[in-house]
Design a protein around this ligand. Structure first.
Ligand SMILES: C[S@@+](CC[C@H](N)C(=O)[O-])C[C@H]1O[C@@H](n2cnc3c(N)ncnc32)[C@H](O)[C@@H]1O
Length: 304
């Protein structure tokens, strides 16, 4: 798919040399992937459902209580799906804001949410200087905290711009062992990347502490010392035919965007074969492990 990501990405080049990539190169790498594939997250994430039939955007937005919360920030809003879901939940009088560091993602977010034109900002989660203190009732972050460098700094910024009785909630990667087949799919995709970059996977994108419930809870409690911090592991599912699942899954992993173009078809074939093995009728299942983090700054109030 993207031979140029190899040559342009300092993050990939550091891995190739066996060096620890810098925070700056991580952000540049993410920007490169999103420049060539804006909106890729929503394709799979919108289709995966929990046992109540909700996708993870709807699940995350459910922490908003429209009677009490009007000022909402979607941190790393990407193509703006969650902002749209928040507007449906809160109505037109809500004050919605989106921040993302990728200009290409924000183009899509603006198309989807034209009324938010002035509230969509190019910026990084580590420096929300353009937002005043104690501004938001709720801050949401969908599938992005896992990718960020300096997560303690991000959490401090979240705390600064959140009201004293606010809520911060995020959807992050869950434990692969909780979702049948997920670790195998990960292994298949990474095996193709490793053909070109054997060190890929040794250092993953972002801060590894966000990828485990226990360390994520510890991180959150270090910043939000008096808050109630809850982590809920859950699994989302997508049922489809093997060819559809292979394409959706490949399009969801950052790693597959750095698989060599000539290997893309082989990777898809192998993913398709993996799903075909579990075929019942014509349908197979992709299971996606997720952790839902909820930080309530006033834990006495029940948030459902
Ligand atoms: C996996 S996508 C998720 C996008 C969107 N939240 C969604 O779920 O559809 C990750 C997003 O995080 C953004 N991002 C990653 N690191 C960031 C940072 N440090 N500051 C702001 N945005 C960041 C990327 O540009 C990208 O749009």
């Amino acid at each position: 798919m993207n031979e140029h990501i190899y040559s342009e990405s300092g993050w990939m080049q550091s891995l190739m040399r066996g060096e620890q990539p810098s925070d700056k190169s991580l952000r540049e790498h993410l920007l490169l992937v999103h420049r060539s594939h804006p909106g890729f997250t929503e394709s799979c994430a919108l289709k995966c459902r929990d046992r109540l039939g909700r996708n993870s955007y709807e699940l995350l937005a459910s922490v908003i209580d429209p009677k009490r919360h009007s000022h909402i920030l979607d941190l790393a809003c990407g193509s703006g799906v969650l902002l749209e879901v928040c507007r449906q939940r809160c109505g037109p009088n809500s004050e919605l804001t989106g921040v993302d560091m990728s200009p290409e993602e924000l183009v899509l977010a603006r198309q989807r949410n034209p009324h938010l034109e002035n509230n969509l900002h190019v910026g990084t989660a580590q420096n929300l200087h353009f937002i005043g203190d104690d501004f938001f009732d709720v801050i949401l972050c969908h599938w992005a905290l896992t990718l960020m460098d300096q997560v303690p700094l991000v959490l401090r910024e979240v705390k600064r711009v959140l009201k004293k009785n606010g809520v911060f909630a995020a959807i992050v990667d869950g434990d692969p062992e909780t979702a049948p087949g997920y670790a195998d799919l990960h292994k298949i995709i990474y095996s193709f990347v490793k053909q070109q970059c054997p060190n890929y996977g040794g250092t993953d994108l972002g801060d590894p502490r966000v990828r485990e419930g226990v360390s994520l809870e510890r991180l959150a409690k270090q910043t939000f010392t008096d808050a109630e911090v809850k982590i809920e592991p859950m699994v989302f599912h997508l049922d489809a035919t093997p060819d559809v699942l292979a394409r959706e899954v490949a399009g969801f992993f950052y790693a597959s965007f750095v698989v060599a173009p000539q290997e893309q078809d082989h990777m898809l074939e192998q993913l398709e074969r993996f799903f075909a093995k579990q075929e019942k009728g014509n349908r197979c299942r992709f299971s996606l492990p997720v952790n839902k983090l909820v930080v309530c700054l006033s834990p006495d109030i029940d948030r459902g």
